[in-house]
Design a binder for this molecule. Structure first.
Ligand code: SF4
Length: 417
């Protein structure tokens, strides 16, 4: 294991410190509707009790800023001090409105405005406010949702992701705002690992290293989601890269925590979670073999369990024995039963080969976040679904009860051509 990269330390509220010297911070995200204050408070209560050190909550509309304030008030009243992170997409107005309300704000500044210069100006204003309120921020860029300006300028590669992030990192340094965490997530483990490595290198070159929030986005669920997350996150942690982690699963967010805690324990000595023997075997194999497979140091692994071996090889993109699935974890924007639908899609499509199938929780971010999926099932809400081929919507407003069947037809017809 390489020594941990010496990053700056970020303070989130009064009690959570992210950065070198501190154990890896474990976080997760609510999948309740933010407007449903009672349900969100109840979920936060459960997640805090299960060991979440940071809890992220989506803020899709301006009205949710007040909902978030109320959620925080209720939690503090109960004595739950876990810092909250507001998850903002696109709207700089909401990002700025939420600054007084929570301890940390996650934004992708490139999406603040289609005009890049205006996006920079808005990010500058946002930083001023965060400085005033002593907030922490996460600059969160995802492989699937790099701004048009970035893709045109640098392409859609791990290097492009890192260079894109550096532009915002440099703005923070120029503004002397250092309470910054950065993430470069991707669902493709190779892209994800290389993007973080490149960003760590660029920040080292710059001489200011912000802590990194490490995660595989849209990892899916079950064993595959856990293995995909562990191979990539453990590879980075074993190189000393990564200070806070989220294991995104299309499941109850509480299920993410033992997996993240296993990683935090293994790589930074945090408290060990209690796991079943099977879970422990899977996570250990993913951490033992992730780096050697991703780095092409080995081509095969000496495991007798063929299923586990296949899963590991596929997670490291060394062999594709079944379709590759991408599924977001869902959040307050999701308007249908994502986990159940994802399981139905997996069951109906398991026989296809050489396809990447995405199941996404919302029409606002889902299509952009699907990255390199061949087909996408995107919930529109109100019982309707849009099916995508690559980035193109090909069947819109399909009733939910027909959508899985129509997706299978679409793939079959394409494969018959
Ligand atoms: S794609 Fe999924 S996780 Fe992302 S905003 Fe939409 S519902 Fe939430």
């Amino acid at each position: 294991m390489k020594p941990v990269l010496q990053t700056r330390t970020v303070c989130v509220g009064d009690s959570v410190f992210i950065g070198s010297g501190h154990p890896i911070v474990v976080q997760t995200m609510c999948n309740t509707h933010t407007s449903d204050i009672e349900a969100t408070v109840a979920q936060c209560r459960r997640l805090a009790a299960a060991g979440a050190q940071l809890i992220r909550i989506t803020v899709p509309a301006m009205a949710d800023v007040q909902h978030l304030a109320e959620i925080r008030r209720c939690l503090r009243e109960e004595g739950i001090q876990t810092p909250l992170v507001a998850d903002i997409h696109f709207s700089s107005e909401i990002a700025m409105a939420v600054v007084p309300v929570v301890e940390k704000i996650r934004i992708n500044p490139g999406n603040f405005h289609p005009d890049h210069e205006k996006a920079r100006a808005l990010f500058g204003q946002f930083l001023g406010l965060c400085k005033q309120y002593n907030r922490a921020i996460r600059i969160g860029l995802n492989h699937g949702s790099l701004g048009k300006y970035i893709v045109e300028k640098y392409g859609n590669t791990p290097q492009a992701m890192a260079l894109a992030a550096m532009e915002w990192v440099e703005m923070c340094i120029d503004a002397q705002f250092y309470n910054v965490v950065v993430s470069l997530k991707a669902s493709n483990t190779v892209v994800m690992v290389n993007a973080y490595r490149e960003l760590a290198r660029l920040m080292q070159e710059k001489g200011v290293i912000f802590p990194l929030h490490v995660g595989v986005t849209e990892a899916g669920n079950g064993d595959s989601g856990r293995i995909k997350s562990c191979v990539a996150i453990s590879t980075l942690l074993s190189e000393g890269i990564g200070n806070t982690i989220r294991v995104s699963l299309t499941e109850d967010p509480a299920n993410e925590l033992p997996v993240a805690q296993y990683l935090a324990h293994r790589y930074s000595g945090a408290a060990a979670p209690s796991l079943s023997a099977r879970e422990e075997t899977i996570l250990k194999a993913a951490c033992d073999w992730g780096a050697p497979l991703l780095n092409h140091e080995v081509d095969d692994i000496p495991l007798e369990d063929d299923y586990l071996k296949d899963e590991l090889l596929q997670a490291c993109r060394r062999k594709f024995y079944k379709p590759e699935y991408i599924a977001c974890p869902g959040c307050g924007r999701t308007l249908y039963n994502l986990e159940e639908t994802f399981n139905r899609v997996k069951e109906a499509t398991s026989g296809f080969k050489d396809v990447v199938i995405a199941v996404m929780g919302c029409i606002v971010n889902g299509p952009g976040e699907m990255a390199d999926a061949d087909y996408g099932y995107v919930g529109e809400g109100f019982g309707k679904v849009t099916l995508y081929r690559k980035k193109e919507p090909v069947l819109r407003h399909i009733p939910e009860d027909e959508a899985v069947e129509r997706l299978v037809e679409l793939i079959k017809n394409d494969q018959a051509k």
